[in-house]
Design a protein around this ligand. Structure first.
Ligand code: NAD
Length: 346
């Protein structure tokens, strides 16, 4: 059997739908991994994939990741993802309206949202054809500040596990990527007294702002080998890999980026090196906790923040269980999510 078809079988996807709308220039795939806990929620990524096989591979992994993230966050939601095969410069109203029709045809099983290369403006166009959209700018808005708050709490939990206190004064943190989440997070860490080192590809103004708050800057290539207590990847995925892990000079990794581990073996490598790992889909769940509310209840910011702050306990408990069992943190987090999907939230 073809490898990606085998993946659908292995991951247990409920539905994988391909949509072509030649007139609008839309080619997209929506993968619904699970609706066991509720309607599936996951963003819409637009990317110039080299071929449909690459897009399928991406959407299968991302949609399963959303099932785990939503379940671990305690949300009555399943996991799904949409990918549009297009160049960012080809974005237009007709394209997103056609995508809205695709989402609508799934009869309420899928709520979409902004993601890489899509914005709330694009989602306004999607809403011309469907109301199955969360993270609306008039309701829960930009998820990034909530992702940053949850990641900050996860870093405090990691510090507590390392040092017996969640006071971040003097804790050396190396943060990669001063984008929407990373910059917000870096400002919170600086305010909490952390000893910060930062690197980023773009956003010079954000670097300057952090330097003014006392942070140090290193080139991208040096962030992994910066001597620190906590490395916080907040840029792209797969940064914890066979090249970087042997050279890390940190005691723990806790950051917002999705899919930080290149593969499961990398989780074992971190464990073997005695480096703690706050699993990405647990620590970065703040954004979906915020946006996901729109899919099942009236949006209530106070309630959202209460749930986001619970990331502290979840991260701490996973680190604790990993220490006691010797099982890598990522494996424990996945099992925690899978058990919830199988047996329900409570
Ligand atoms: P963003 O695009 O706003 O920021 C990413 C930043 O990383 C940019 O400033 C970019 O210059 C920088 N960067 C890219 N490659 C780099 C490298 N090699 N070294 C240093 N800097 C580099 O994205 P974002 O919304 O802040 O998201 C950051 C990460 O968090 C992504 O992995 C995203 O999937 C994940 N995430 C985001 C949210 C959210 O609410 N935005 C939620 C969950 C997970």
């Amino acid at each position: 059997m073809n490898a990606t078809l085998q993946m659908i079988r292995d991951f247990g996807h409920e539905q994988v739908a391909f949509f072509n709308n030649e007139k609008a220039g839309l080619k997209c795939i929506i993968a619904i991994h699970s609706t066991k806990l509720g309607p599936a929620v996951g963003g819409c990524r637009l990317y110039p994939y080299a071929c449909e096989e690459d897009a399928l591979f991406d959407v299968l992994r991302l949609s399963r990741g959303m099932s785990f993230k939503n379940a671990a966050a305690g949300l009555p939601l399943g996991g799904a993802k949409g990918v549009i095969i297009a160049k960012p410069q080809d974005k237009c109203e007709a394209l997103f309206e056609a995508y809205g029709e695709a989402v609508e045809s799934l009869n309420g099983r899928y709520f979409t949202a902004e993601d890489v290369n899509t914005t709330t403006q694009d989602m306004d166009w999607v809403m011309h054809k469907t109301q199955q959209v969360v993270g609306r700018k008039t309701v829960s808005g930009d998820p990034s500040p909530f992702t940053a708050i949850g990641t900050f709490d996860g870093i405090r939990a990691t510090a507590k596990f390392l040092f017996g206190t969640d006071d971040l004064h003097g804790v050396r943190i190396a943060l990669q990527g001063l984008g929407h989440v990373g910059f917000d997070l870096a400002k919170q860490l600086a305010a909490a007294g952390a000893d910060l080192t930062v690197s980023t590809h773009s956003n010079r103004a954000n670097i300057d702002a952090m330097l003014a708050l006392g942070a140090k800057e290193v080139p991208d290539s040096e962030i992994y080998t910066t001597e620190c207590d906590i490395l916080s990847p907040c840029a792209l995925g797969a940064t914890l890999n066979y090249n970087t892990i042997p050279n890390l000079k940190c005691k723990a990794v806790a950051g917002a980026a999705n899919n930080q581990l290149l593969d499961e073996k990398c989780g074992e490598m971190l464990k073997a090196r005695g480096i703690l790992y706050a699993p990405d889909f647990i620590i970065n769940g703040g954004g979906v906790i915020n946006a996901g509310q729109e899919a099942f209840t009236k949006y209530d910011k106070e309630n959202v923040l209460k749930q986001v702050h619970n990331i502290f306990n979840t991260v701490y408990n996973i680190l604790d269980e990993s220490k006691a069992s010797g099982i890598p943190e990522g494996v424990i987090a996945q099992k925690f999510a899978e058990d919830r999907i199988k047996n329900g939230l409570k």
